[in-house]
Design a protein. Structure first.
Length: 372
């Protein structure tokens, strides 16, 4: 063998040995973003249905099926009227835990009505041919309705017990109402699948308090997921700085707008400009400056190697990346920016195949699969 051939063989062996060491140590290379489908005007959420297909909502009011090969179908019939202005429109969608047998989906949207609009959640059955929603019923409407096009919240999480968490923004112009218990502004609510207040909610039976409330003092929660620790995890937008990760507990007050690590747009304190107060919860983690978080998922699969299993993934609308968060001792230990420059990341979910999927919120939005 020539000297060149020997050197090349040695280099190849050294490279392979290094790769094996990295794998053994749990390191994972950044995944490649593969486009599954594109051409969505401002998509908001993705859910997974039979045959490797996807349900994708578009803020303008359309819900569409994406085939496993990436073909995008026409708008599904049966979506109720939505207020598609500003941040409002057709927003989150999830499949019921019993979807395989009942074909039930839950979705939330900005609902028009007397006094303005508010976040609402509906239940429906996806037809067998996947062309329409059947038996559509609005099971919950946020009270009161407000003339605003901002801060709808609108993420849905099903618990293992079959209850539903729904996040509700404070509608921007009514931030003080986030501290009041007689309304649904700036709240996380816990409901049955019929939309009734869930048994055991912290304010059931309390005079002057809405029985659906789970926690309060929130601003605009656009990320929510059920953690492997058996708890609800959320994140919410701060004003100018002060985006937060929280683990909402029953009956707890998360402070907005009394305490915040952000400030008014253009500068200046919000309220007294304080970051802590007795009786109000501190966030698990916060960002200054804001990353404008949206979408949230834990990775529970082994598809990307052991180093990523159990990590939390959050999209950044402002900076256009996917944030990989390592947790240790219940706290954020490390963050890594993935897919930088990919676009405004609106949603992130783990699919049935154990892979991560991302939606970019743009005029030509994309559904991306992260290939290991």
């Amino acid at each position: 063998m020539s000297w060149f051939g020997q050197s090349r063989t040695a280099l190849t062996a050294a490279f392979l040995a290094t790769c094996m060491q990295l794998v053994a140590g749990g390191a994972a290379a950044e995944p490649r973003a593969q486009t599954v489908a594109s051409g969505f005007p401002h998509p908001w959420a993705v859910a997974f249905i039979e045959g490797g297909r996807f349900l994708v909502t578009e803020r303008g009011g359309r819900m569409r099926v994406v085939e496993a090969d990436g073909r995008v179908g026409p708008a599904i019939a049966g979506v109720p009227p939505v207020v598609a202005r500003g941040q409002g429109g057709l927003l989150d969608v999830v499949t019921d835990s019993g979807y395989a047998s009942n074909r039930t989906v839950f979705f939330c949207f900005s609902e028009p009505g007397e006094g303005g609009n508010s976040t609402a959640m509906a239940r429906a059955r996806l037809s067998a041919d996947r062309t329409r929603l059947e038996q559509v019923k609005v099971i919950f409407s946020q009270r009161p309705k407000v003339e605003s096009t901002a801060h709808f919240g609108c993420r849905i999480v099903e618990t293992p017990e079959g209850l539903l968490f729904l996040t509700l923004g404070e509608r921007f112009s009514r931030k003080e109402d986030a501290q009041r218990l007689d309304n649904d502004l700036g709240k996380i609510v816990r409901l049955t699948k019929d939309g009734a207040p869930a048994p055991g909610n912290p304010f059931v039976g309390r005079a002057g308090a809405a029985p659906e409330i789970w926690s309060y003092g929130h601003r605009n929660v656009q990320g929510a997921t059920w953690g492997p620790d058996g708890r609800l995890w959320t994140h919410e937008h701060g004003p100018q700085g002060g985006d937060e990760i929280n683990l909402p507990q029953p009956g707890r007050n998360y402070g907005w707008p009394v305490i915040t690590y952000g400030e008014n747009y253009g500068g200046g304190p919000i309220g007294e400009g304080i970051t802590a107060k007795a009786g109000m919860e501190q966030p698990l983690h916060y960002w200054v400056p804001s990353i404008a978080p949206s979408g949230m998922a834990f990775l529970t699969s082994d598809r990307y190697g052991p180093a990523w299993k159990g990590n939390l993934f959050i999209g950044s609308l402002k900076f256009g990346y996917l944030d990989r968060i390592e947790l240790a001792g219940g706290k954020v230990a490390r963050e890594e920016k993935l897919l930088e420059g990919v676009g405004r990341v609106r949603d992130v979910r783990q699919g049935p195949d154990g892979l991560l999927y991302v939606l970019t919120d743009e005029e030509n939005g994309k559904l991306l699969r992260l290939q290991p």
